[in-house]
Write a protein that binds this ligand. Structure first.
Ligand code: ADP
Length: 309
């Protein structure tokens, strides 16, 4: 296996509404869709679609959503050996989208809240074979901390995407990761510093380097991405695209970055590819449905004259 994603899966339950019901009221909505999501699963799917062999350590419930999630992993050639069953509900996200595309989202973590450090031990032999461990914050923090310690102990680099924003994250516990990949608002929350201008963002990212982080990669939405470490400071501007739906752009970025990082070991190249892959994903609706396969991405790169390797 190339990449171990240790994290969440969710089932998105998306109701397209004319308006939110008031308390005690029932309203009819014109449409509904069910989709596979969760930050861990999204990142795993993006990396696997590009051709990485991905192991997913995650927990699903004992309900019909679990079958759907397992089927989706398998359909994307992700190893389901460590998709563990739990006496709980699966993680679900009821989402309400109004006619102006404004979202209201409820997250029920369900089985994701039970992913434990002991689960890492159970999958240890297979995780040890991977070239990268990828983490987010939709599972308990002690599991994230344990995964970082596991990576450090066995010499496996760890990428942490500190999302969703988590004010209680203990920075001392996570500075053992090789790649720390927040978006602007997560960076601001974690440092308490402004992130308005590129210089602000550089300063905030540098503050994280001072607290022991090795590589800080800040995704900046349409503006692109900034990478800083002790020796480098690289800003890659965003691609100009016709954005339709930016949900899941961060996950597309991380899945793609992980894929190319594992394949080439070249951080700058992986960043540039991820910047293009995530930009392509925002031109299409949905989350996982907007992630290109290797063949589709190659076509895009030919059109855009991207950096082949
Ligand atoms: P998140 O989804 O976590 O908030 P961002 O919004 O920072 O993450 O987006 C992640 C990456 O996706 C960006 O660094 C950029 O490469 C790409 N991206 C996001 N929005 C756009 C956009 N409107 N145009 C071009 N690229 C985009």
């Amino acid at each position: 296996m190339d990449i171990a994603v240790i994290g969440s899966n969710m089932v998105d339950l998306i109701s397209y509404i004319n308006r939110m019901p008031k308390e005690g009221e029932t309203v009819e909505a014109p449409d509904f869709r069910m989709g596979c999501g969760g930050k861990g699963a999204n990142q795993a799917v993006a990396a696997a679609r590009l051709g990485s062999r991905v192991l997913m350590l995650t927990r699903v419930g004992n309900d019909m959503f679990a079958e759907n999630t397992i089927r989706n992993f398998a359909a994307n050639s992700i190893s389901t050996k460590y998709v563990l069953r739990t006496e709980a509900t699966s993680g679900v996200a009821p989402i309400f989208v109004d006619p102006d595309s404004h979202n209201s989202i409820i997250i029920v973590k369900g089985a994701n809240a039970m992913l434990s450090p002991a689960d890492i031990d159970e999958a240890a032999e297979d995780i040890k074979q991977c070239g990268l461990i990828v983490l987010q914050l939709e599972v308990p923090p002690e599991t994230v901390y344990a995964a970082i310690r596991f990576g450090n102990k066995h010499g496996i680099p760890v990428l942490l995407n500190p999302a969703p924003a988590q004010p209680d994250l203990i920075l001392d516990e996570v500075c053992g990761c090789e790649y720390f990949v927040p978006n602007e608002s997560e960076l601001s929350l974690l440092t308490g510093m402004p992130v308005d201008s590129l210089d602000d963002i550089r300063n905030a990212a540098s503050a994280l380097l001072k607290s022991g982080m090795k590589n800080v990669i800040v995704t900046l939405g349409a503006r692109g991405v900034l990478w800083v470490n002790r020796n480098r400071d690289l800003f890659v501007p965003g691609m100009e695209v016709d954005a339709q739906d930016t949900t899941g752009a961060g996950d597309a970025f991380i899945g793609c970055f992980s894929h190319y990082l594992c394949k080439t070991g070249d951080v700058e190249y992986a960043l540039r590819m991820a910047n293009m892959y995530a930009a392509d994903s925002v031109t299409k609706r949905g989350t996982q449905t907007s992630y290109a396969t290797a063949a589709q991405f190659t076509e895009k790169l030919k059109e855009a004259d991207g950096p082949e390797k």
